[in-house]
Design a protein around this ligand. Structure first.
Ligand SMILES: O=C(O)C(=O)[C@H]1CC[C@@H](C(=O)O)C1
Ligand SMILES: [Zn+2]
Length: 328
């Protein structure tokens, strides 16, 4: 049956990227397991995975997890580009200008700042792992997640252990720029609508990730709002897979798949919880290798060469000498 549209295209940001739609199936449709085992994205409806949390708004969370110290990211614009400058070399860190800043605060303070936010203020994005500091009400809701469904999925897909659940509370219009993660991800939407633009690992060449030693490792260098086609010409060839999810929907984000994420403009703040799983063991190696396996190999080659060469500036010339006129 035709579903009632509660959002419209004007709430989506416009990018110069052709899009195809991510398919949507009910959780008990065999197509869901078929697509997930093929590492393809799918919107899963009716799973009731986080039905016990559909009442998680900031007032309820303020009530039931106000002892938790939450990580809140502040940005001068709508983009919240992830960075990790803990493990980078001192010379790289010295040159790096963090695009956002992180502050620890209680849910009550976050709720207050959200309520009192006005145009021109820094935007906020709460991103906090659910841990044992949450109150009994949250634990009660968490225990009533539809664990037997997601545990059977984890088992059938031979995924590794659940590593964490990230609670995400974003202001309307917030954007997490395009990046990939090295874990399987079931992304559950609780409040508001989120739009994902995803790309398979095979499109690595179109998305130009930062070097692995950079604080923005795993993030695309391409600014989707103003793509530099001189520097990143292959971005013209990128084709995105679009998914818009709302309360009760779960999106499967396959390991190594790129994803750009945005909370719809004029849609109010959004609440989501993700489920990150370690990858399962690779059964039989089949050739030719899959895209994500080649990405993993390239990461290892970069790390090994950086270890051997010491100076990142030497990596390009060495790889050019290795490849040009010999493998091309
Ligand atoms: O679940 C993931 O893989 C993520 O990237 C989360 C971190 C930023 C989040 C967002 O929804 O904007 C999604
Ligand atoms: Zn991610």
């Amino acid at each position: 049956m035709e579903e009632r549209r509660v959002w419209d295209e004007t709430q989506l940001r416009k990018y110069d990227v052709p899009l195809v739609y991510v398919p949507k199936y009910r959780y008990d449709d065999p197509k869901v397991q078929e697509l997930i085992s093929a590492n393809k994205p799918v919107i899963i409806t009716g799973s009731e995975l986080v039905a016990s949390a559909l009442n998680w708004d900031v007032d309820y969370l303020k009530e039931h997890m106000n002892n938790s110290n939450c990580t809140v990211i502040f940005s001068k614009n709508h983009k919240f580009k992830y960075f990790d400058d803990k493990s980078v070399r001192p010379d790289v860190k010295a040159k790096f200008v963090p695009p956002t800043r992180k502050v620890g605060m209680k849910m009550a303070e976050f709720a207050k700042r959200l309520r009192e936010w006005k145009k021109g203020d820094e935007r906020l994005y709460l991103q906090q792992m659910l841990n044992n500091t949450v109150g009994p009400g949250i634990v009660h809701d968490f225990l009533r997640f539809h664990w037997d469904w997601i545990n059977s999925l984890q088992k059938n897909m031979s995924w590794g252990p659940l590593t964490s659940n990230l609670l995400l509370i974003a202001m309307e219009g917030n954007v997490t720029p395009c990046h990939y993660d090295e874990q399987q991800n079931l992304f559950a939407q609780i409040r508001g609508f989120k739009r994902f633009i995803m790309f398979p690992p095979e499109q690595f060449e179109c998305l130009y990730p930062y070097p692995v030693y950079h604080p923005h490792d795993r993030q695309s260098q391409v600014d989707f709002e103003r793509p530099d086609y001189m520097k990143f010409p292959k971005f013209k060839g990128a084709v995105g897979h679009e998914a818009v999810i709302g309360p009760g929907d779960v999106l499967y984000i396959p390991i190594y798949w790129w994803h750009h994420v945005e909370s719809l403009m004029r849609g109010g703040y959004t609440v989501s919880v993700n489920f990150w799983y370690k990858a399962g063991p690779t059964e039989k190696i089949e050739y030719p290798l899959k895209g994500y396996q080649k990405v993993a190999i390239m990461r290892n080659v970069e790390k090994m060469l950086l270890e051997a060469l010491h100076d990142p500036q030497e990596l390009g010339p060495l790889l050019r000498a290795l490849v040009l006129g010999r493998y091309t």
